[in-house]
Design a protein around this ligand. Structure first.
Ligand code: ZN
Length: 177
């Protein structure tokens, strides 16, 4: 039954890993473009839900590259030291951590025209530290079955990058770290 449902929905990721709670790490291909998801599945793991995030390969690679920084901040939170962490991974997607919240947030932000601050949207996922640990391990494994991940180059090395006006690297035309 599980197998049949999978075929009917067309959901056939090459990589699928439970990272805790409702959340899974998996890949998808849409019109020839690969995406990495951290997302809840329903219907005996056969149907992706709207609860979760979709990362381009580039943003997924950025996330992968900042894992050591995130780990340092998790340790700080566990030691009850004050911490604030916010890192842009592209296209207004940020990884954030705050004192008092034992989560790693991967979330889309936006900047209102009348403001110099960015604001969180509801598009995102809050991972417990255990879920982040599983994600961390998964991001190491997924490259084995999604080989295009290893061929991704950072935006600033591609022809799409536009120095100060890059929509991917500085989508709000400001230098918010
Ligand atoms: Zn760029």
């Amino acid at each position: 039954m599980d197998q049949r449902t999978t075929e009917e929905s067309g959901f056939k990721p090459r990589y699928l890993q439970h990272i805790g709670g409702e959340l899974y790490l998996f890949d998808s291909v849409l019109n020839g473009t690969t995406y990495i998801h951290v997302r809840a599945l329903a219907n005996y793991r056969a149907t992706p839900t709207r609860n979760g995030v979709t990362l381009t390969l580039q943003r997924c690679n950025e996330l992968y590259s900042i894992i050591p920084e995130i780990v340092i901040h998790i340790d700080q939170v566990r030691r009850k030291e004050t911490t604030f962490y916010r890192r842009h991974i592209g296209g207004n997607w940020y990884v954030t951590m705050e004192t008092g919240f034992n989560t790693v947030d991967i979330r889309r932000f936006w900047q209102p025209d009348d403001s110099t601050c960015i604001r969180a949207t509801r598009k995102g996922v809050s991972l417990t530290f255990n879920q982040f640990d599983e994600l961390k391990n998964g991001l190491r494994m997924i490259e084995g079955v999604v080989p295009e991940l290893s061929q991704v180059v950072p935006c600033y090395l591609t022809g799409n990058h536009q120095r100060d006006l890059c929509r991917e690297c500085s989508p709000n035309n400001t230098n918010i770290a």
